[in-house]
Design a protein around this ligand. Structure first.
Ligand SMILES: Cc1cc2nc3c(=O)[nH]c(=O)nc-3n(C[C@H](O)[C@H](O)[C@H](O)COP(=O)(O)OP(=O)(O)OC[C@H]3O[C@@H](n4cnc5c(N)ncnc54)[C@H](O)[C@@H]3O)c2cc1C
Length: 391
C-alpha cells in the first residue's frame, strides 16, 4: 500500500555570483581573485582542498621561470612568485622556500638558450655556472666536465598542500562559502538559452549561480565531457623521498637534470627525486598509488650518477600522483563550448601549480568580462592526439 509520503527535493542554494567547482590550486586562486573582485563566491569540492588524490595534494612543487620560448609562462610564473610570497607572509607559514632552481645540462640546449633570452628580456634574474663553479657550490653533486648550470636564484619550492589549504582557510574566514559534494557532469543540452542555471550534486543538491568555473583537475574530462572528452591525458607519476639530512646536501637548490628533477630535504621530508617523463594512463579514482620497484631502481640509478653519496639512502616515502595533461601541455582556460556562463579551467600538465595566482587572475578577468579567452589556452586549439610541447 502506498504510504502517501513523497520525498521533497531540498530547495536550491541561491545567491552566488560564481560557483567554483574544484578546490585545487586553480580553483582556490580563482575563488580568491573573484572574492577580491567583490563577487559572491562558493567553492564546492568532492573531497576538500588539495586532498591526497588531487593533483595539488603533494607536499612540494617547483617554481621556476625558464620555459624556453613559451614566454607567457615565464611571465606568469614570475608574477605568481610575489603572490606566493605574500601568501607566506599573510599566513606566517613557510609556503615558498626561495632555494633557487638549477638546470644542469650539456650545451647546446635549445630550452636553456631560449629561456635565457626570455628571462633577460623580462628582467628575471638568472646566471650561468660552469662545471667548476657547480662543483664548488654543490659538492654533493657530481658534475661532468662539459656540463653547465642555468641558475634561477628567484625560483624555489612551494609547499603545495599547505598553500592551497591555507588560502582556503583564509577565504572561509572572509566569508566565502565552502560546500562538499560531487558535482554531476554537465551537458550542453542542460542549457537554457545557452546558459547553465544550476549544478547538481550526486546527493541531489541543486546550486544556482550566474556563472560557473569548473577547475576539476584530472576529473575535468568526466565533469565537462562536451569540452574535454578525449582532450585530457591523465598519466601516472611516481615520486620518491630518500632519507637524507638537509645538512648533507649543503646549499643545494631545487635541481633539474631532465627528465629527473627534485629538491633537497624540506622540513625533514627527505630528498625528493621525480621523473618528469609521462607515465602510463591512470584513473585518478582507482589508479594504484603504490610506487613501483622499477621506479625506485631508476631513481637510485639516477642518484648514483648525479648524487653518488645519496644512492644508498633509505627510502622514507613514496607518492603516486597524476599529471592532467592537455595534448601539448598548454593549460585549458576557456568558455564551455555550448554553455556561455561556464568556464573550463585545467590541463595543468605537470607544471601548473606555480601558476595558480596568475591563472586565478586570468579566470577572474574572464568571468568579470575584463578579458577574453586567449591562445594558447583555447579548447578548440587542443588536439585529441598527445604531442607534448611545453616542458
Ligand atoms: C607528481 C607531480 C609533480 C608536479 N610538479 C609540479 C611542479 O614541480 N611545479 C608545478 O608548477 N606543477 C607541478 N605539478 C602540476 C600541478 O601540481 C598541477 O598542475 C596542479 O596541481 C593542478 O591543479 P588543479 O587545481 O587543476 O587540479 P586538482 O588539484 O586535482 O584539483 C581539482 C579538484 O577538483 C575536485 N573535483 C573533481 N571533480 C569534481 C566533481 N565532480 N565535483 C566536485 N569536485 C570535483 C577534486 O576533488 C579536486 O580537489 C605536479 C603534479 C604532479 C602530480
Amino acid at each position: 500500500m502506498a504510504s502517501g509520503c513523497t520525498t521533497l527535493a531540498p530547495p536550491p542554494r541561491k545567491g552566488f555570483d560564481v560557483v567554483v567547482i574544484g578546490a585545487g590550486v586553480f580553483g582556490i586562486w580563482t575563488a580568491y581573485k573573484l572574492h577580491l573582485a567583490g563577487r559572491r563566491v562558493a567553492v564546492i569540492d568532492a573531497v576538500g582542498p588539495a586532498h591526497s588524490n588531487a593533483s595539488s595534494g603533494g607536499e612540494s612543487r617547483v617554481t621556476r621561470c625558464g620555459y624556453g620560448d613559451k614566454e607567457l609562462y615565464s611571465e606568469w610564473a614570475w608574477r605568481s612568485i610575489s603572490e606566493w610570497q605574500m601568501l607566506s607572509a599573510r599566513t606566517g607559514l613557510p609556503i615558498f622556500h626561495p632555494l633557487g632552481v638549477l638546470w644542469v645540462h650539456t650545451p647546446p640546449s635549445d630550452l636553456v638558450t631560449a629561456s635565457a633570452r626570455v628571462l633577460k628580456r623580462q628582467n628575471i634574474p638568472f646566471s650561468l655556472l660552469d662545471a667548476d663553479a657547480m662543483r664548488q657550490r654543490y659538492p654533493v653533486m657530481r658534475v661532468g666536465p662539459n656540463e653547465v648550470g642555468f641558475l634561477e636564484p628567484a625560483g624555489g619550492a612551494l609547499m603545495a598542500r599547505r598553500a592551497v589549504q591555507s588560502l582556503a582557510s583564509e577565504l572561509r574566514a572572509s566569508g566565502v562559502t565552502f560546500l562538499s559534494g560531487t558535482v554531476a557532469p554537465i551537458r550542453r543540452e542542460q542549457g537554457e538559452q545557452g546558459a547553465l542555471r544550476a549544478i547538481t550534486t550526486q546527493s541531489g543538491e541543486r546550486i544556482e549561480a550566474e556563472q560557473f568555473v569548473f577547475a576539476c583537475g584530472p576529473w575535468l574530462d568526466r565533469v565537462c565531457p562536451d569540452a574535454m572528452a578525449r582532450r585530457l591525458f591523465v598519466t601516472r607519476q611516481e615520486v620518491f623521498f630518500f632519507s637524507v639530512d638537509a645538512g648533507a646536501t649543503g646549499a643545494l637548490p631545487v635541481w633539474a637534470d631532465l627528465p629527473f628533477y627534485g629538491l633537497p630535504s624540506l622540513e625533514g621530508r627527505g630528498f625528493k627525486v621525480a621523473n618528469d617523463t609521462h607515465g602510463p594512463r591512470m584513473d585518478p579514482d582507482t589508479g594504484d598509488r603504490r610506487a613501483s620497484a622499477a621506479g625506485e631502481e631508476a631513481a637510485r640509478a639516477f642518484l648514483a650518477r648525479r648524487f653518488p653519496t645519496l644512492a644508498k639512502a633509505p627510502l622514507s616515502e613514496t607518492r603516486v600522483c597524476q599529471y592532467e595533461n592537455s595534448a601539448n601541455g598548454d593549460f585549458v582556460i576557456d568558455r564551455h563550448p555550448g554553455l556561455d556562463n561556464v568556464w573550463v579551467v585545467g590541463g595543468g600538465s605537470g607544471h601548473g601549480f606555480k601558476h595558480g595566482p596568475a591563472v586565478g587572475s586570468h579566470v577572474a578577468e574572464l568571468v568579470t568580462g575584463k578579458a577574453k579567452p586567449r591562445e594558447p589556452f583555447l579548447i578548440a586549439s587542443k588536439p585529441v592526439q598527445q604531442d607534448r610541447a611545453v616542458q
